[in-house]
Design a binder for this molecule. Sequence first.
Ligand SMILES: Cc1cc2nc3c(=O)[nH]c(=O)nc-3n(C[C@H](O)[C@H](O)[C@H](O)COP(=O)(O)OP(=O)(O)OC[C@H]3O[C@@H](n4cnc5c(N)ncnc54)[C@H](O)[C@@H]3O)c2cc1C
Length: 291
Amino acid sequence: MKPGRFTYHAPRGLDEALALLTEYGDESKILAGGQSLMPLLNFRLAQIEHVVDINRIGAEFSAIDAGETIRIPALVRQRQAERSAELAEAVPLLRQALHQVAHPQIRNRGTLCGSLAHADPAAELPTVMSVLDTTFTLASARGLRTVEVTDFFQFHLTTALEPDELLLEVSIRRPPPGTVTVFHEFATRRGDFALAAIAAAVRFDGNRVTGCRIAAAGVAPTPHRLTAVEALVTGSSLEPAVLADAESAARQSVEPTGDIHAGADYRRRLTGVLVKRALADARSKQETANA
Ligand SMILES: Cc1cc2nc3c(=O)[nH]c(=O)nc-3n(C[C@H](O)[C@H](O)[C@H](O)COP(=O)(O)OP(=O)(O)OC[C@H]3O[C@@H](n4cnc5c(N)ncnc54)[C@H](O)[C@@H]3O)c2cc1C
């Protein structure tokens, strides 16, 4: 299908882009990789008057900075991040998850910030950011503001972004030494959105868990932190009995809805299985690191 009529804007700088967002507000949408926006427009699931293409706002918005804090600006493509050796060393969880986002052709265009701004609750990247120490920098003609990940995702396809704001960059604090990260998902076909997915960052001292962040995708209107599981595994060595308890706690912590792809009960059970698998994987990675 073809989209409805819209006016296309291609600002040459950030200030110009922000001025357009101020002028057109709710009637405008940013175009980054277009991998979610264009299908929405083509299927006429959204009707937008003004499309603001940010691809020409400046080369500096395409550069990853993997310093003490990792900064990923608005135009960094998913494939670029997936291939970055610096990023793989600093936050391996990103590459682990990016491999499972759609297909390489889509990741060639799709941006990390676009996926986060789109906030699909089944998407990998919002869930990954939820287990890392992540801050979002939002820009508008009014200035900059920062929002912590816990406040950014608000509902299905809804974030803290105001209509005149652009997600300028996402910043991730390097996980502390001793942190093991894992990502597990189940999708009916490779490249499809996951029926459920689990991201975890587990901090170890020897074999003992001293901290854990674990979140699920696809089972709630936003990325869903499994705080009961986090509390349960902290202090343990992820023995088989703890893994069994974690599986059951995870199942009880989610209230997914069913759709044409999977029923609610199936998604609940899947969440439990994936949590157990992710934690067993974290334990085995830690054992290898200790050997
Ligand atoms: C066939 C197919 C399969 C897919 N499978 C998956 C999958 O398995 N997992 C997954 O996570 N994703 C999947 N996607 C989506 C893909 O990863 C998109 O690239 C991503 O969701 C959006 O990034 P984008 O840069 O293309 O954003 P766009 O499509 O350009 O924009 C998406 C939304 O975010 C807004 N936006 C974009 N950038 C900014 C910004 N900097 N500031 C504020 N708002 C902004 C736009 O206005 C729009 O509302 C799939 C897409 C397709 C077409």
